[in-house]
Design a protein around this ligand. Structure first.
Ligand code: NAD
Length: 264
């Protein structure tokens, strides 16, 4: 499969550091020949993202905060100038107030609800609007979701509701853009210890629970997610759109605690 992505140019949004899921995806598609551009959110992350971009020979398309439409426009203007065309886009962005990723969902504030939806759901629509114009030869758009969209998971709260909205957006965007040969899919990743995950209460317990109860009896890595992303971003996934594909060691098929699971 060497060269599977050769000649393909893609924007990857959501690298914060070398533990980011977006980084696992960037490494996988680069290894198969893709040409990459990365964005970073703010100066603090710039210092982390620039050396990572250099490692993959990736173009740095600049700062992007999805709450600031001008910064999204600037990134796509840069891509239009640098490449003129885009073949794929990875959206690995989510945010909610840490305080509300603990306690009860019923206590979610209106402000944090709106902010969580804007950053974690609407941003996919916002970047897709811009990407559509550059995907003149078709394309593949991929976002990241979690099982908390489907079932109640401890502490996921408003983020679970956001991910449900994100998954529905994937289906509507897929229907809108299918006639232009632009595919839109999501990977539903099992829990991975990243910067974003550190905001979720009892995350170590959640990791152990998954390790003991998932059919594969392990958690997943950013490399596992990266290789599944390669399938959906490359021509191998050409017949697939509107799909929510689980990369969770099979956890989503399980109905109860494994009989051999140790106490945590
Ligand atoms: P991460 O912290 O490495 O990445 C989250 C990214 O979101 C960061 O790069 C951050 O800069 C970006 N971001 C947040 N607010 C933003 C804003 N306003 N504008 C632009 N960018 C913004 O963590 P991660 O776990 O790799 O998260 C990537 C995606 O994967 C998220 O959508 C997350 O919900 C999803 N996901 C994570 C897990 C997990 O267990 N880690 C599981 C399933 C899905």
């Amino acid at each position: 499969t060497q060269g599977l992505m050769s000649g393909k140019r893609g924007l990857i949004m959501g690298v914060a550091n070398n533990r980011s899921i977006a980084w696992g995806i960037a490494k996988a598609v680069r290894a198969h020949g893709a040409e990459l551009a990365l964005t970073y959110q703010g100066d603090a992350l710039r210092k982390r993202v620039e050396p990572l971009a250099a490692e993959l020979g990736a173009h740095v398309a600049g700062h992007c905060d999805v709450t600031d439409a001008a910064s999204i426009d600037a990134v796509f203007a840069d891509l239009e100038k640098t490449w003129g065309r885009l073949d794929f886009l990875v959206h690995a962005i989510a945010f909610s107030d840490k305080e509300e990723l603990d306690g009860r969902y019923v206590d979610t504030s209106a402000d944090n609800f709106a902010r969580t939806m804007q950053i974690s759901v609407y941003s996919l629509v916002a970047v897709t609007q811009r990407a559509e114009k550059l995907m003149t030869e078709g394309g593949s758009i991929l976002t990241l979701t979690y099982y908390g969209a489907e079932k109640v998971m401890p502490h996921y709260n408003v983020m679970g509701v956001a991910k449900a909205g994100l998954e529905a957006s994937v289906r509507y965007l897929a229907a809108d853009l299918g006639p232009k040969a632009i595919r839109v899919n999501a990977l539903s990743a099992g829990p991975i210890k990243t910067l974003a995950a550190s905001g979720i209460g009892d995350f170590r317990y959640i990791l152990k629970w998954n390790e003991y109860n998932a059919p594969l009896r392990r958690t997943v890595t950013i490399e596992d997610v990266g290789d599944s992303a390669l399938y959906l971003l490359s021509p191998l996934g050409r017949g697939v759109t509107g799909e929510i594909h689980h990369v969770d060691a099979g956890y989503h098929v399980v109905g109860m605690k494994a009989v051999d699971a140790p106490d945590i």
